[in-house]
Design a protein around this ligand. Structure first.
Ligand SMILES: [Cu+2]
Length: 162
């Protein structure tokens, strides 16, 4: 038995080290009971962009994304996109997006998104865009949006575990 224990303990130690390293990395971002997954935007040389993230609320109380801001743009608006008379239209959500207790708010192409208005510089693939999300309960949260390729419809690492 003894000869099996040492390698198992060694693996356990490695697993713990990885578990500690991941939350601080570029993938999931945790604040309180919220986890922000897939924070991304698209490369553009224009003045307008869109930001996306998936907000998971593991808590027992609802929260709400009230507003957002970024030093990289003049203004960030929270938008939704929906069909209106056969045409996809976006409109601002001045009341923000509710994140139900134990629920998820998905900001993704074709639906909720952060409208990045008045980009001060082109968004270059591979770079990070600083962003502050203001939650009713979790407060202001500083994150970064990863700039994906110009035509991306989902983050490049979508095939991964997170
Ligand atoms: Cu929009």
């Amino acid at each position: 038995m003894t000869c099996f224990r040492t390698p198992i303990l060694g693996l356990a130690t490695i697993a713990i080290a990885i578990a500690i390293a991941v939350p601080a990395g570029a993938h999931d971002f945790k604040v309180g009971s919220l986890t922000l997954q897939h924070r991304w935007t698209r490369a553009t040389a224009g003045k307008v962009g869109a930001g996306y993230t998936i907000i998971v609320n593991a808590g027992k109380t609802p929260d709400k994304l009230l507003s957002a801001s970024s030093p990289a743009v003049d203004k960030v608006e929270i938008h939704t996109m929906s069909m209106d008379g056969g045409v996809m239209k976006m409109r601002p959500l001045p009341d923000g997006i509710a994140i139900p207790a134990g629920g998820t708010a998905k900001l993704a192409p074709g639906g909720y998104h952060l409208m990045l208005l008045g980009l001060k510089a082109p968004l270059v693939e591979g770079k990070l865009v600083p962003l502050t999300l203001n939650f009713a309960k979790a407060g202001p949260v500083k994150v970064q949006l990863k700039v994906e390729a110009a035509g991306a419809t989902e983050p490049a690492h979508a095939g991964h575990a997170n």
